[in-house]
Design a protein around this ligand. Structure first.
Ligand SMILES: Nc1nc2c(ncn2[C@@H]2O[C@H](COP(=O)(O)OP(=O)(O)OP(=O)(O)O)[C@@H](O)[C@H]2O)c(=O)[nH]1
Length: 382
């Protein structure tokens, strides 16, 4: 794990008096509803040239009537260049607020300025519907996710909504292959591993090559992305033209957002996703009906997330739990070392009570349930 990930999430506890209404209506097409819940932040990440600015432009120019703040993170020499790439509309009409973080990479040196920028922005939050944070092409989104992901006890005025990773369909394979043999770890893996949504952009460039093979080529890329992160929704685009309802207000980090977890229960994930490629970032899915002991789950998670035991570095985890002596379905969310387990709702009579835990992380070993000692969390041994 990296050193700079350690700032507590309390760092962005900004507005203790903010009200706690749901922010889900912001993009629901009902602009008349007064809604001053936490302002959602979407992190837009992706490799150099993948189409991040194109996506920001597309969002700003879409007919939604919403007010956005845009935070740009650029390296010193690029100051002003990124901003010039964004169409602010006549007289800046499309953007409510601009913040440029120009001191370096947002995931290390700029953490403090980011928090300050958010503090400034939320003072104007009555006028804001959403914040877009575009990171530099090389940024690792992990520390950002840890800073911005707040659990429900923290009454913040901002809330991480989701991480969108834009990937370049033409160059993705090259980018993933690039460092596979070397000691340096490609950001492209991390960006996919942390994504809630992957925009597979520039599919026009793949389709143009070898007509008959084109469809397969895009499908192969989708599979490759899912091998790394089976939780992410993958959307194919040309010039990032995407239905905004699919990418904004996803509340991907809200443990009480029922839809994410119900989808998890329905999806038929295999027990362990075999990788066709020898990547060391993978998804592993635990699927077991036996009841779990909550205190054992916590111990196991803390070993995994805090101690990086079992030769694994877990980036993201989501799951539903069948807890011993409880009639309630519990949800589990983790981003790096932060995790939360909350009771969500009663199990329904027709439901098959089960545990489903999806882990996304890096390992130097063969990813196996046995090796991560998952048997230790169950009330009865399996
Ligand atoms: N053919 C094609 N070109 C695209 C598509 N999307 C974006 N581009 C072009 O790709 C180039 C890079 O797009 P940007 O949006 O600037 O990419 P970026 O990720 O912001 O780039 P950096 O800020 O340098 O990391 C631009 O010339 C875009 O016009 C697409 O779907 N197809």
């Amino acid at each position: 794990m990296e050193e700079d990930d350690e700032a507590p999430p309390l760092a962005v506890r900004i507005d203790e008096t903010s009200d706690r209404t749901e922010s889900s209506r912001r993009f629901s097409g009902d602009p008349g509803v007064p809604d001053r819940g936490p302002v959602g932040i979407t992190i837009i990440t992706g490799y150099l040239g993948a189409g991040k600015s194109t996506l920001v432009n597309y969002i700003l120019n879409a007919q939604h009537g919403k007010k956005f703040a845009v935070i740009l993170n650029e390296f010193g020499e690029e100051i002003g260049v990124e901003r010039a790439m964004i169409n602010e509309g006549e007289g800046g009409a499309l953007i409510e607020e601009w913040v440029e973080l120009a001191n370096g990479c947002v995931c290390c040196t700029v953490k403090h300025s980011l928090v300050q920028a958010l503090e400034q922005l939320v003072q104007k939050k009555e006028r804001l519907d959403h914040i877009l944070l575009e990171t530099t092409g090389l940024a690792n989104p992990a520390p950002l996710a840890s800073i911005l992901w707040l659990d429900d006890q923290l009454e913040s005025a901002v809330k991480l909504d989701s991480i969108i990773t834009v990937v370049d369909a033409k160059n993705l394979r090259l980018q993933l292959d690039e460092h596979r043999e070397s000691a340096s770890f490609p950001e492209a893996f991390l960006q996919i591993a942390f994504a809630d949504v992957v925009i597979l952009n520039k599919v026009d460039l793949v389709s143009r090559e070898g007509l008959g093979l084109a469809l397969n080529a895009v499908e192969d890329l989708e599979n490759e992305i899912h091998d790394i992160n089976s939780l992410a929704m993958v959307i194919r685009t040309v010039r990032c033209q995407v239905d905004l309802c699919k990418i904004l207000d996803r509340q991907a980090y809200d443990a009480r957002r029922v839809a994410h977890f119900e989808a998890l229960l329905k999806e038929d994930r295999s027990v362990s996703t075999p990788n066709r490629h020898d990547y060391n970032v993978r998804t592993l899915c635990i699927c077991e009906c036996k009841e779990v002991d909550l205190s054992k789950v916590r111990l196991w998670l803390e070993d995994l997330l805090w101690e990086s035991k079992y030769n694994m570095d877990i980036y993201r985890c989501k799951g539903v739990l069948n807890v011993h002596n409880s009639e309630e379905l519990h949800t589990l969310q983790a981003v790096r070392e932060l995790y939360e387990i909350v009771p969500l709702r009663k199990w329904m009579p027709e439901e098959n009570k089960m545990n489903k835990i999806v882990l996304i992380g890096k390992t130097t070993m063969i990813f196996s349930l046995h090796l991560i000692h998952v048997q230790s969390i169950f009330v009865c041994n399996i």
